[in-house]
Design a binder for this molecule. Sequence first.
Ligand code: FES
Length: 792
Amino acid sequence: MVATRSDTKLVTLTIDGQEVTVPAGTSILQAAEANGIEVPNLCFQPLLRAWGSCRLCTVEILGSRGGLIESCAAPVREGQQVSTISQAVVEARQFILQMYLIDHALDCPTCDKSGECYLQDNTYLHNISANPFRRPKIAKPYVHLRETIDYKWDRCIICSRCTRVCDEMIGVTAITIAGRGLEAEVTTSYGVDLRDTSCTNCGMCIAVCPVGALTDRHFGHHPWELDAVETVCGFCDVGCTLNVEHNRGIVRRVTHLWDRGVNLGYTCERGKWGHEQVQDPMRLRYARVRESGEQLDVELDEALDLVAEKLRHFQGGGFAALASPDNTNEDNYTLQQFTRSVMGSNNIDRLITRSQAGVDHALLQSFGVSASTASMQEMRTDSHCALIVGPDIGFSEPVASYWLYWALRYRETQMILVTDDHQFLGDRSNRWIKAAPGAEGDVLNALAKIIIEAGLARDSAELSDLTRQMSSVDVDAIAAATGVTPDMLRESAILYATGGRGVHDGETEYPASTIWHTVAAGSPNAEATALAANNLAIICGHIGKPGGGVLALRQNANAQGSIDVGCHPDFLPGGLLTGDDTSRSIFAELWSQRWNESAVPQNGFKPLRGLPSDAGVGIGGLAAAIEAGTIKAMYISAQSHQWAAPVDPQLLAALAKLDFLVVEDCFNSALTALADVVLPTAMFLEKDGSFTNLDRTVQRVRFSVSPPGDAHGSTWHVGEIAGRLGYSLPSNNVSAIMDEISSVVPVYAGVTFPRLERGGMQWPVTSFGAEQTVYLSVGRGLAPEDIKIVAD
Ligand code: FES
């Protein structure tokens, strides 16, 4: 078992003459690797339980009671003397490899895995040039498990890494090992196509296969022909690190960096195959301009000239912009600056759903910051009890759900699920309360009522208001509506309040519990549900503790960063209020220097010296403002990819009434269909910058391949338009934009690209050199007066 933050007991042993100290429970293999001693292995996979089947990790325990042992499955012992390189070890490994090679296909020249196969590497490493053990080889054809995955039996070493990852991490158990001995094979139940099983197409079975048994059907290249770029996925707010391998301007595959990023190398379908969406032939390549009702392809310069010419007539509150929550921090900072400083409008928000906006608002009301207080990886390091609210995280943020399965299996975390969405977690968790969509908040309020009545709530100024609100909550009726007994609701409430321990006489302090909540695009009552979740965490005192807090899953890759950098009508970057004169003057001074008077067009358009003070219109009020004729022109930066949420139909209907609409997008969409000018935009694999994920981790997004045709990143488009209006944005230097963000957003003060090169950082990072913040607490991202119970 891997070490956790709470494992404090340490063990000292000697490996190859080197004294090492590691937490108790660490395997010899992990102890060796943590100290730079490599131990060959085939069936070991980080984070999965030790399997001990291949024996290649054999080491020798020295001394009279020693002998050969599988190091992946053997925990360290105090004072142990271990050799990973003794004669006996080397001979044992050579014998094991020769056994494997008896039946192995040895088709290395045509195998996809050649050059990165653990069996091939170890055959060279252990100097196996001949095999005294032989019998006729059995060859079998490829089995097409699904459209993305092939299986080749005669390369398989039955190490079960694929079936273990499917079961233990992904939680779906779509594949299994059937048969014994020479008949053993990786297959599905009854041999059906994987598409007809619970398979999520995450591709993790391919990723963990140490040989070429499970292969990527879409990949037909030699690994050594490829260049690799480490970047962050742009298809949800987990923010997985991806190793993007490409050549000749095309991404060929995505592979895994096991010790990197918030995902520790694990990916889902979006991370594994999403590059095919980025390289879809239907991507927008050229700018289009509407003429006589029809959109026609034009040169990009012509489209940008037209946008600048038109927008100069809408300077002021008649203009609005929507930033994409899938765009980088630098893109979004640039667009809000353009909207405020050039167009003179506070009508800037993100292209998000009403339910996402509701969750943002709920976080702001409860904690004074619109951000999750908890961290995803705390599920692995500190969790004792988790309350999971809303639709299937396994669909919306799959890699986040992996840590739930992991915590269930390895930390025995108590898990309470509040949703009626059928999901695999429900089948495995301790308690599943089937609340209908929109009724999750009622269940949370019932839990709060039980906790208050049991005397487990922390006293606070607003607790009496909440107690009064809870007087109308009928616990029995809610239990009946969700198909559980009132006792089960009571048990769940007590478990949550006591960090999974239950009430014990004389105990007043309990471990923390966490709440994870997600919302469907059209979820009713999203804000009320999020507020109920936040209230529950606050009354139980779970905020500001490891393994506690609230994690709000908001689905878009940069949903968090786009608020942080000021894409909100009420907030400037860093959360400063647009209505505050001092705050505005700070930004006005910084931004107004970018005007180039000689380039400003004439005829009414003015270089602004101050920033607008009027209250802006946000995503929720846009449709009405357009209908009322207050907003007449808009710039929308969209990323309408396969996993994007649909745009609110009311907003779409209103957009048709604008005098002028510019849409940046990567695909044709409902938005581009309405636009007067369409600008083709780059996707995350095609640009540099940063994203901030669901647990406040700021990470580097790196350019991997060029965008198609005339497509460019949003920063570039906006910079070009601003330039035509006499305003110079540093749109070609995203590192400089991040430096500016760090200088104006206090929680990003210590975030710079050079620091991000070493890995992501969770804000607040309050100064250059300061540590990141894993969970928010009073004084570390939260002000005591801002943590509030919100009652009706
Ligand atoms: Fe230890 Fe396979 S890695 S037995």
